[in-house]
Ligand binder design. Structure first.
Ligand SMILES: Nc1ncnc2c1ncn2[C@@H]1O[C@H](COP(=O)(O)OP(=O)(O)OP(=O)(O)O)[C@@H](O)[C@H]1O
Ligand SMILES: [Mg+2]
Length: 256
């Protein structure tokens, strides 16, 4: 059994079905990247794993550490060891970043060890993400995960809007928390990383890549091969598979 096992997951928002039957799993110590065009359901998958409000799970199950968490509230999932770095990190007026970090801290390390590593020292006394630039917000999210130390890190486009130097800084921090310096069998934490550009793969190794289109996972395989294919051909090949999925589910095009 994996650290996370998702079976037949269907998720709707309002009357709109976004995820149409996702099967996905990740084992301890592994990193999976997720590719997919805009609006394909990547962030929705992250939100459903963490249990964010606004998403309605209409079918399927999410098993984490052997426990069915499909109906658990977000704070319990977080306590069990799931952490999310948002695609669009919200600002929280009236709460200092250092206060949040003190409250989610998991371990004895000095906060400054991490904030220094992420060039975030000067932001600790400011309200969370308030007035932060796009790249500062992303570093703030990674800092929160470093301090929280979840067993499953959900990273929604961690490098988007981040300059090249800071992508390297963020990746160094992620490599540290994911214990990439240790052999695979000794690593405890896992990560799911959504990326459009794959730039982050220049700085950190992923074990698997999966492609989501139209609410389906169309396939998983080697990150470098899949990225090369997307760079060369876009998602055109995937659209064929997507149409096959839709035909399978709706029976469209089949003779009766
Ligand atoms: N509350 C909602 N009501 C209706 N539709 C929604 C809602 N939330 C998301 N959607 C739709 O679901 C689809 C998937 O959204 P999602 O944010 O998961 O996409 P994504 O793959 O993360 O895209 P991007 O690469 O642009 O971040 C989109 O078409 C979006 O408009
Ligand atoms: Mg998204």
């Amino acid at each position: 059994m994996g650290l996370l096992d998702i079976k037949g997951l269907k998720v709707s928002a309002g009357s709109h079905e976004i995820l149409k039957g996702i099967d996905f799993s990740i084992e301890e110590g592994r990193t999976t990247v997720v590719f997919g065009p805009n609006g394909s359901g990547k962030s929705t998958l992250m939100g459903a794993i963490l249990g964010l409000p606004g998403f309605n799970i209409t079918a399927g199950s999410i098993i984490f550490k052997g426990r069915d968490i499909t109906a658990l509230p977000v704070h319990e999932r977080s306590r069990m060891g799931i952490g999310l770095a948002f695609q669009y990190p919200p600002a929280v007026k009236g709460v200092r970043l250092s206060t949040l970090l003190d409250n989610i801290k998991n371990g004895d390390e000095d906060l400054h060890t991490y904030s220094e590593m992420l060039n975030m020292d000067q932001y600790l006394d400011r309200d969370i993400n308030l007035g932060f630039s796009g790249g500062e917000r992303k570093r703030s999210e990674i800092l929160q995960l470093m301090v929280q130390k979840p067993d499953l890190l959900l990273l929604d486009e961690p490098e988007s809007g981040v300059d090249i130097e800071n992508i390297s800084i963020i990746s160094r921090a992620l490599n540290l928390i994911l214990e990439k310096d240790k052999p695979l069998r000794k690593r405890k934490r896992s990560a799911i990383i959504i990326t459009h550009t794959g730039y982050i793969l220049d700085y950190m190794r992923a074990d698997t890549a999966c492609v989501i289109v139209g609410g389906y996972i169309l396939g998983c395989g080697s990150p470098s091969e899949i990225l090369a294919e997307i760079r060369e051909k876009g998602y055109s090949q995937c659209m064929e598979c997507y149409r096959d999925m839709v035909r399978r589910d709706t029976g469209a095009g089949q003779e009766t």
